[in-house]
Design a protein around this ligand. Sequence first.
Ligand code: TYD
Ligand code: MG
Length: 459
Amino acid sequence: MAKKSKTVFVCQECGYESSKWMGQCVCGAWNSFVEEKVLPELKEDTRRRASARDARPSALKSVGTLSYERIDTGIGELNRVLGGGIVKGSLTLISGEPGIGKSTIIIQTAANIASRGLKVLYVSGEESEEQIRLRADRVCSEIPGTLFVLAETNMENVEAVCGEMKPDFLIVDSIQTMYSGELDSAPGSISQVRQTGNQLMRLGKTGNMPIFIVAHVTKSGDLAGPKTVEHLVDCVLNFTGERDQELRILRSYKNRFGTTSEIGAFMMEGTGLTEVTDISATFLENSGENAEGSVTTAIYEGSRPVMFEIQSLVTPASGMGFSRRTSVGIDNTRLSMIIAVMEKKAGLPLGGQDIYVNVVGGIRPEGTGTDLAVALAIFSSFKRVTPDSRTLALGEVGLTGDLRPVRNAEKIVKEAARLGYERIIMPASNADKLKDSLKGCMIAGVRNINEAIRAFGAK
Ligand code: TYD
Ligand code: MG
């Protein structure tokens, strides 16, 4: 039978496939369908697998374990996020907004690895070889002889070069610029991303070669196209930060060889990215000063506590009959909930007030351990109480006004004492469990929001 080429319509936002064109996709995106050819290879692959006779299950107990061989990237913070370096044969996706510093961290990593005599190939579909050289001159102390660049967008050519050169480490910047000659669709389309992602996976696994793949995210912060290769890769790292600030945070969302709770912190400077190793105190803006509406709190990220400041401004509402609640860095619904608890349980008349809350330093804390600091910052601004800057507040605020414990409180307390905090207001349930007494640091264990406000006001 003659092979008929079949086409499907693929949503470019989420990868949903439909036999007919649709105006709106099931993911909610409008006008996102593009007609694409069905990949014939994928079907053959499945058929071959289905007919395999030699597939035998093994008892999990009898399966041997292996320790992964890792390559040191020469960047401690990157090693930490990866779980101790790059695992041989692994595929890592580095995502982030354009201009955040993906190419910079990658050229620094490439130069570090190549300086140990390993062959590194940097394939770029975004920049010319001269542009890469210019950046390397700025950020690398020396350019090793085993660091190779290739400005190329055709995946088959990349495969051929790799077959010949057999690099120890491959970088592809970015997946959205790569295309396979076997497909008609444009680079960056879902089917091209999926196809080139598959080709890269085969390339890496057959040669036991680790690969870094750069992926751009959309304005809303989603991976869009590259989301379709997320399941193929072993690690997904996300690089974030405010472009007008120097701080950059590297976080892992998926890691087959380590935890996803570690973060790496960097500063973008004139000579590239430098590591921030003492992260605990990096985010404190005006530590040492007492400022109205500002309360310091901490969260536990990976294996380290991070201290930062929450600022709030409460002013009489200017809008007619409606008040603004704006937050930067924390969830807006969480803020509304905290405000409601403050009104009802602590009796603060916040109804006619505009309330702004900001997390200083561009950090985006996840979780609820910062609730109490938000509540106290609002209280401080509203009542014009100047807090002592040597005070730290921890705790989740419940709808009843009770305080719930935070995780890793003991480690946070120890780090706070080291940094010179004199008083820590925290849930009594946490405080009761603290074993070691701390020199020069007073712990105020409180059960609810009212007790916390009392402890906060009493200096
Ligand atoms: P880049 O790594 O090209 O970002 P991406 O690959 O994620 O798009 O970094 C781009 C920005 O970083 C650029 O706007 C300038 C800034 N930068 C520095 O501040 N210092 C440096 O040493 C380098 C190389 C870049
Ligand atoms: Mg780039």
